[in-house]
Design a protein. Structure first.
Lengths: 115, 113
């Protein structure tokens, strides 16, 4: 069964202290890996899509990378406004009658950045 | 582009009542998805439409759940005879057929008492 595991579950950083979040996945065939940010009581906000191993994407203080088995979200010099839950999701290639729609999400990493 | 909208944002209902949620996707997005999220978990897929056709349903979607997307525009998700276990955030997302990115709405928070 397709699975997504994120670690750590929670991470507390001081402002300016860089770190990385991990997302490991097991899918029959990867069609895309997605990172979302979710603030309390709100829907997930799209950040990045990665399609193949070796690919990297950047946006402000965030950089996402992808290998064949995992993805990392690197946060450089975080600020308190980066505090949120970061969700990783994968979309698998169609098999066993499944269409190309659904995303499989991990449980997320709750990031807190304190001043 | 006003984004995905969902109504109501919050719903409190008594066990056994029926509830209906509405999702308006980003205009011209022909794919629409429903997910459910409980506290401390990631969203879980419920069902998916391409235009007006419902193409996939999760086994999480029991017989008490029904979703429609008439005319391929907005969608409704109805839960009949609600149970306390139905309490969750119900999220809607949309995408273009040519794109893999799904954009989420703000969600409807359901509380069953």
């Amino acid at each position: 069964e397709d699975q997504v595991t994120q670690s750590p579950e929670a991470l507390r950083l001081q402002e300016g202290e860089s770190s990385s979040l991990n997302c490991s996945y097991t899918v029959s065939g990867l069609r895309g890996l997605f990172w979302y940010r979710q603030d309390p009581g709100k829907g997930p906000e799209f950040l990045f899509t990665l399609y193949s191993a070796g690919e990297e994407k950047e946006k402000e203080r965030l950089k996402a990378t992808l290998t064949k088995k995992e993805s990392f979200l690197h946060i450089t010099a975080p600020k308190p406004e980066d505090s949120a839950t970061y969700l990783c999701a994968v979309q698998a290639t169609a098999d066993r009658g499944s269409t190309l729609g659904r995303l499989y999400f991990g449980r997320g990493t709750q990031l807190t950045v304190w001043p | 582009d006003t984004g995905v909208s969902q109504n109501p944002r919050h719903k409190i209902t008594k066990r056994g009542q029926n509830v209906t949620f509405r999702c308006d996707p980003i205009s011209e997005h022909n794919r629409l998805y429903w997910y459910r999220q409980t506290l401390g978990q990631g969203p879980e897929f419920l069902t998916y439409f391409q235009n007006e056709a419902q193409l996939e349903k999760s086994r999480l979607l029991s017989d008490r759940f029904s979703a429609e997307r008439p005319k391929g525009s907005f969608s409704t998700l109805e839960i009949q005879r609600t149970e306390q276990g139905d309490s969750a955030m119900y999220l809607c997302a949309s995408s273009l057929q040519t794109s893999r990115e799904q954009y989420f709405g703000p969600g409807t928070r359901l509380t069953v008492t």
